[in-house]
Structure formats: structure tokens, C-alpha cells
Design a protein around this ligand. Sequence first.
Ligand SMILES: Cc1cc2nc3c(=O)[nH]c(=O)nc-3n(C[C@H](O)[C@H](O)[C@H](O)COP(=O)(O)OP(=O)(O)OC[C@H]3O[C@@H](n4cnc5c(N)ncnc54)[C@H](O)[C@@H]3O)c2cc1C
Length: 420
Amino acid sequence: MSNDETEQARQDSIVIIGGGHAAAQLCAGLVAAGQGARLHLVCEEAELPYQRPPLSKAYLKNPLEVLQLHRAEAWYVDAGITLHRADPAVGIDRVRRTVRLRSGTELAYAKLVLATGTRARGLPHLPHAQGNGQDSGLSNVAVLRSAADALRLRTLLDAAQHLTLLGGGFIGLEIAATARAAGKAVTVLEAAPRLLMRSVSPELAEHVLQTHLASGIDLRLGVAAGGFEINGNRLAALAVDGKREPVELMVLGIGVVPEHTLASEAGLACDNGIQVDALLRTSDQNILAIGDCASFDEHTSGRHLRLESVQNANDQARTAVATLLGREEPYRALPWFWSEQGALRLQMAGLMPQDGTRHRRAGASSASFSILHYAQDRLVCVESVNAPLDHMAARKLLESGKSPSPELACDANTALKTHL
Ligand SMILES: Cc1cc2nc3c(=O)[nH]c(=O)nc-3n(C[C@H](O)[C@H](O)[C@H](O)COP(=O)(O)OP(=O)(O)OC[C@H]3O[C@@H](n4cnc5c(N)ncnc54)[C@H](O)[C@@H]3O)c2cc1C
């Protein structure tokens, strides 16, 4: 590029790094605002942006299931977006306002948006298996984050009789339930004394535990797993509470880490993710960060948070559109999340208070209920199991700031929506 061309591009371009949920929504919002021709979308993966939630659900279950793309390629082309696929960004020069891609391409920007998501956590004491299971060199160890991971796991799972899951988080439990429904023997090893320790109430965790145990999953809590025994390119066994357990196929479900390498190397402030303000600007006003990789001060609690959910990616993308167009619309969305684990449909909205009271609202059957969390007499969070109508009403209550008393809200003879 000549100096003039670089200057022209810098004045106009919005470069988006990351080809996931947040990036796809950001593209949609900016295209709707007539900004498509200004956009460069830089994707590490070869695929166009696709929906990740099905990867641990329908996609894993059904060999005929295909990736659900956010938009077809023609949409990006028609919108004037320049796509850079399978060509990750490898460096940001904040002084020259350029991004360098692995291929050597250099993109000048007026505004840059980081939507780099997270990476699956590896195990430092498991040789070769740090980061991505696909790169681990161990042919029977997998992680699940990307489409390539999902395809590999589907193939491995199809051939296996027994699956060991290290970690009992949401995605791990979804995989466990899917594998169990396909007739596999499944063992889940969780180090914490209960499931989903930081994400759900003890009541919900217990219900999830009992449901999985009843389905035949060998789910063990409070276990110490280690002593990995490698044989050639396979993980042969591990020690669980000191006892040797053979491994046929193992999935690492021990969480994710925010992908903020580029941001850190460029000197942006990072603290459990790339730090952003309410307008999603990083410590450099020309650079925004959104989605799983961004951490922010939540407006109601002041807690410094990083959320890993489709809702957060979508809503932050909307805020970023406003910021990029010069409007100040601070991020104030209510967090919500869902998970499907076999017969369990879990939905959560709001943030669990550190000190609060919990009240149970019965649903249509014993396998259906909601837990309502109150902080100083205010409804602040709702968790539901197989109770979508109650959950939808509760979410609307939370969004509108309405707070029926626990007695009224838990009267199962009165529809929750009556209190709206
Ligand atoms: C298997 C699975 C099941 C899930 N189920 C649910 C669910 O049921 N409900 C729910 O709410 N959420 C679920 N989630 C979480 C949800 O998918 C994420 O919160 C959401 O995808 C976050 O969007 P994002 O754009 O921030 O990150 P991602 O969608 O992870 O996208 C980040 C992208 O950035 C790319 N990238 C990283 N570094 C670079 C670079 N240097 N250059 C270019 N590109 C780069 C990555 O390759 C990736 O494609 C699930 C996630 C997974 C993996």
C-alpha cells in the first residue's frame, strides 16, 4: 500500500479480529447501519462465523448435522465486507494503527474491534496437551471449542465405548449427556465438592447431579485426577484419588481462558480478559473489545466480570455498533444463559448475589422448577429447570426491575407473568 492508500484506509476502516458470535453480530449491526464496505473481518478459522452452542448438542449427536452459519458467504460479499479467513491477526501496531495477519497482509484501521473469544484450558502437567487438544499429539484427548474440535470429537466418540470427562462444567456436562444418550459409558471427574460451583445455586447443582447419576453417568465429585500415563501418542490411564483408571477417550472440560494475547502484547490493559469501559472501549480509545474476551465492571453490582454467553456476545456487539457510530449507549444488558444436558433444559438470568435468599417455585412436574434469588428483598436472579414459560416471565420481571415478594412469586397457582 502506498502512504496515501494507507492513510485513506486508516481514516475509513473498521477491522474486526475474531470470527465468532460477537464478530458476526457486530457485522450485522454495522451492515444494517450502512457501514459494510468499511469492514474487514479477520478470522483465525477457515469457516465463516457459525453458532457454537450446537457443537456440544445437536452437532455432536447427529453425524448428518452441519454447521449453522450466522450468514451465508453471499451476505458478506453483498455487504461489501472484506473477509480474511484462516488468516489470524498476529500483531497490532497502535502507533501506526495497523494489524498484521499471519499471511503478512497489513490492514490499517480507524477503529479496531477485538472479538477473540476464549481458548480451551489445557493441563500443564499433561505432556503435549497444553491448549488445544487437537495439537496435543495425543490421539485420544480432545477439547471442544471450535468446529474442527467438534468434528474430531464426533468421530472419536463414534468409535469409543467409554468417555472420561475431566471437569464438570456446562459444556462438559452437555457432552457427557450427549454421549450417554448415544449409549456410551461415561465418567465425569470433578475436583470441586459440587457441580457448577460458581455458576449455579446448590439446589440446582444437586438436581443436575441427581439427573446425571440417574441416567447412568458415573459422576464423581471432589476427586483428585492426575498421574497421567502416556503410551506412544495415547493417554493410557490416569490416577483418580491415587487409583489407576484406564482411559479410552478423554475430553478436557476444565474451562477456558480469555484470548487476549494480541491485546496484552499491544500493551492494552487486561485483567481476566481485555478490560473495557461501559462503551466497550479498551485502554486505547480506538480499540474496542467484545464478547468472551472482554472484562468489564457490571453496572448493577460493580463486580468486575467476564461473561461467556451468546447473550453477552450479541448484546455487547449492539453496544459496540453504537460506540463505533459515535453514540453513547452504555452496556447495561441483563446477563442470561442456557444449557441443554439430556432431558435438562437449564436457563439462568441475572447474577447470583453473594449474600441473598433463595426461594423455590414449583413447575408443572417434579422435574421442573425455578429458583428465585433475592438480595435485600429484590429479585435479582432466576434459575429454571425445564420451566421456559416461568423463566421468560421471570426474565421480563428482572429486565423491568419489578420485584414481587417471594411468597407471591412462588405461588405456583398464579402465573408468574401476572406480576409483570
Ligand atoms: C461447545 C460450546 C457450547 C456452548 N453452548 C452455549 C450455550 O448453550 N449457551 C450460551 O449462551 N453459550 C454457549 N456457549 C458459549 C458461546 O458460544 C460463547 O459465549 C460465544 O461464542 C462467544 O462469542 P465470541 O465471539 O466472544 O467468541 P467465539 O464465538 O469463541 O469467537 C472467537 C473467535 O475469534 C477467533 N480468534 C481468536 N484469536 C484470533 C486472532 N488472533 N485472529 C483472528 N481470529 C481470532 C477464534 O478462532 C474464534 O473463531 C458455548 C460454547 C461452546 C464452545
